[in-house]
Design a protein around this ligand. Structure first.
Ligand code: FES
Length: 106
């Protein structure tokens, strides 16, 4: 069942935000009005991806610590030093809230 994680007003276009779903830390990214949700902890070491550089054209985020690149649509890692993908979550919205499914998307 989807869980409300923040208000839509908290995540305008171009913004990122860290939210929690139980004990899972998830990064939300608003890329030109589309919301993406991926695991927020880099798979290389400890860094929070919502603090990274977002490329709107490629829909990717670069880890703020060592620069590994992740796909915001799938969670796939594109570059070293990350060696594994992050999770991806299904996003839904109503007029006021952003919701996440509690399980990882396939
Ligand atoms: S912690 Fe992300 S690339 Fe090293």
């Amino acid at each position: 069942m989807p869980t409300a994680v923040c208000l839509r007003a908290e995540l305008p276009a171009g913004a990122t935000k860290k939210v929690f779903l139980g004990d899972k830390q998830i990064g939300l990214f608003n890329v030109r009005g589309t919301i993406y949700a991926i695991g927020n902890i880099c798979t290389h070491a400890y860094a929070e991806l919502h603090d990274g550089y977002v490329d709107d054209d490629d829909c990717t985020v670069d880890c703020p610590l060592h620069g590994a690149r992740f796909d915001l649509k799938t969670g796939a890692h594109f570059t070293l030093p990350a060696m594994a993908d992050v999770s991806r979550y299904t996003v839904s919205m109503d007029d006021t809230h952003i919701y996440l499914d509690s399980y990882e998307a396939e």
